[in-house]
Design a protein around this ligand. Structure first.
Ligand SMILES: CC(C)(COP(=O)(O)OP(=O)(O)OC[C@H]1O[C@@H](n2cnc3c(N)ncnc32)[C@H](O)[C@@H]1OP(=O)(O)O)[C@@H](O)C(=O)NCCC(=O)NCCS
Length: 318
């Protein structure tokens, strides 16, 4: 479908941040009845290292110049371009989503030009049938269901004791980053997207954004050996857990739960009232059960769709 008269796609400026966040909020309200992805989240996305507003994002505006849609794409891993987009519920069915996806795919192809095994991923709300049909029509396949989980934090949240023999600290940026990277690499070998990254890339992606806050990282030590790590930050009004991993031999001792509770305490101390994360609904290490056990609840569901830029790179959801 062609973009209907009166609408156009533009590179956003920072003045578009609030209006684009309002489109996200309208989409969340329509989909799940509550707003999860707020201005702080979008600002964090736009401020990511290497992300260029002029080439990697678009806003759809109507004839009056009102922002009614937003889409973006980033090179999330060496061989993965990941994207998402939303159209305001009142402006659907007019070709905006399809036009956004066209721009996004073209940029993904540029970002991964010449990359062996390259994949293009697009994320949509679960159950959005129109979006699913659009993606299917463009040759993407459903590969994964993910959940957004959230917890309301009490201002006086306390972590409670760590498991015997475990000490929990924040990050010392000069000393601990190599060990944190090693723990995360080991932990995510069990993860479906096994996101192995060189230390240099990992440090750049995790520590060069304005939301990087070493005081919110939680590290679990046993006899001076790092056995678990959690990466957290505050985006706008919400805390986010962006990574959590425990070494295989240290699992099922309560270390994951202790890291989460410690992060809740650290974030609550900043007067932030909720903490959010996204998780693979079929995490083989039982992360979703763990998150429920520490009090988190599912507040949103989304689907990951992929198309191979190299056909051997995709494993479909069966
Ligand atoms: C998910 C992960 C962080 C959990 O770490 P963990 O330290 O094993 O977490 P916990 O020990 O607190 O809880 C795990 C389970 O052990 C159980 N457990 C906790 N203490 C225990 C003990 N002393 N004895 C036996 N079992 C125990 C918990 O009840 C929990 O079971 P449940 O999931 O059925 O509720 C870890 O498995 C991991 O690194 N996975 C790979 C990376 C990953 O998937 N990260 C999350 C992506 S979003």
């Amino acid at each position: 479908m062609d973009l209907l008269d009166g609408y156009e796609l533009l590179a956003p400026t920072w003045d578009d941040l609030e209006p684009a966040a309002e489109v996200l909020a309208a989409d969340d309200l329509d989909d799940a009845g509550q707003v999860v992805l707020d201005t702080g989240y979008l600002r964090g996305q736009w401020e990511r290292f290497g992300f260029e507003l002029t080439t990697d994002a678009w806003v759809a505006v109507d004839a009056a110049g009102t922002v009614v849609g937003h889409g973006q794409v980033t090179r999330d891993e060496d061989d993965l371009a990941a994207s998402w987009g939303v159209v305001h519920p009142a402006h659907r069915g007019r070709g905006i989503g399809s036009a956004l996806l066209g721009r996004i795919e073209a940029r993904a192809n540029e970002l991964l030009a010449g990359v062996h095994g390259g994949r293009f991923r697009h994320v949509v709300n679960a159950g959005d049938e129109a979006a699913a049909a659009l993606l299917q029509g463009r040759g993407l396949h459903l590969v994964r269901h993910h959940w957004i989980m959230s917890i309301e934090l009490s201002p006086d949240a306390v972590a409670g004791p760590a498991p015997a023999g475990i000490a929990i600290t924040s990050l010392r940026p000069q000393d601990d980053l190599r060990e944190v990277h090693a723990v995360i690499e080991e932990a995510f070998e069990d993860h479906w997207c096994d996101r192995s990254e060189s230390f240099e890339h990992w440090v750049r992606d995790r520590t060069q954004g304005p939301d990087h806050d070493p005081a919110l990282w939680r590290l679990a030590w046993e006899d001076r050996r790092l056995v678990g790590a959690l990466v957290a930050s505050v985006l706008g009004d919400q805390g986010w857990v962006t990574l959590l991993g425990v070494r295989r031999e240290a699992r099922r001792r309560g270390i994951g739960a202790a890291l989460l509770r410690s992060a809740f305490e650290a974030v609550a101390a900043r007067r932030i009232r909720s903490m959010v994360l996204t998780v693979d609904a079929a995490d083989p290490t039982g992360a979703t059960a763990l998150y429920e056990r520490v009090g988190m609840r599912v507040v949103g569901r989304f689907d990951l769709w992929e198309r191979a830029l190299d056909p051997s790179a995709i494993s479909r959801l069966s």
